[in-house]
Design a protein around this ligand. Sequence first.
Ligand code: PAF
Length: 280
Amino acid sequence: MKIKVTTSNDEIRGLVSNAKEKGQIVGLVPTMGALHQGHLSLVQEANKKADFTVASIFVNPTQFDDNSDLENYPRSLDADIHMLEEVNCNAVYVPSSDEVYKDSKPFEFDFNGLNKPMEGEYRAGHFQGVVQVVKRLFEIINPDLACFGLKDFQQYAIIKEMVNQLNIPIDVIGCETIREENGLALSSRNQLLAQEDLQSALLISKALRLIQQNYRKHSPAELKALAVEPLQKEINLEYLEIADSDRLQPIESWSEAKHARAFIAAKVGEVRLIDNMEIF
Ligand code: PAF
């Protein structure tokens, strides 16, 4: 079936209401385009539970703290639509900024501390922009479920928190990170990496793997020291953190957390990459 492409709030609302009137479950995959296999896996996950899957493509200006990052963000709309059709996505919503934010006001949100560490420290206002746009997308599209990649684990945790706090009846599903065979987490930003930086980019997932595989032998502080060393020589490390998966607070001993994850953000050449892995 041909995918429906729309730029209009009214039209996407109409498509979703039609689906719901037929008793269909509606899934949403919010994206900023420049799609890769990771995004397509989100559509495939949504399709497992939903009868009608909508993807959104919108490069949200309010979540960029740096104008050149926004300008350089990769865009490939025609290819994106084609890829979505190939994985049986039913509709794609590609709004302008005016359309998304039409008739809406920014809302106050208590992040419960989740926006403070890691990305929050390095990208001022980023999560403020993310929650505003995701709430708008939820209001406009009104899905039953929405899929987010766990590569952006902090974003996923914040969206879960928002849905709980505001009692939004949407099932937020976190989907595993898709990796190249060499371990590199798929990201739209990977296409901006210079050829000579590809090997350095691999150090990120290697460091995370080292932590994941050795946590029984070392304390978090020891592991951080071991993992940081090879990174600092090759890439511009912003943070390497070992944190509680629920509150995202750094931990000093394993007993502090029921579940823990390791997180890295680094600039490889000019490209900022993030990744994380579950430890336990
Ligand atoms: O993860 C992303 O691509 C974006 O942050 C999202 C969730 C689409 C909001 O703009």
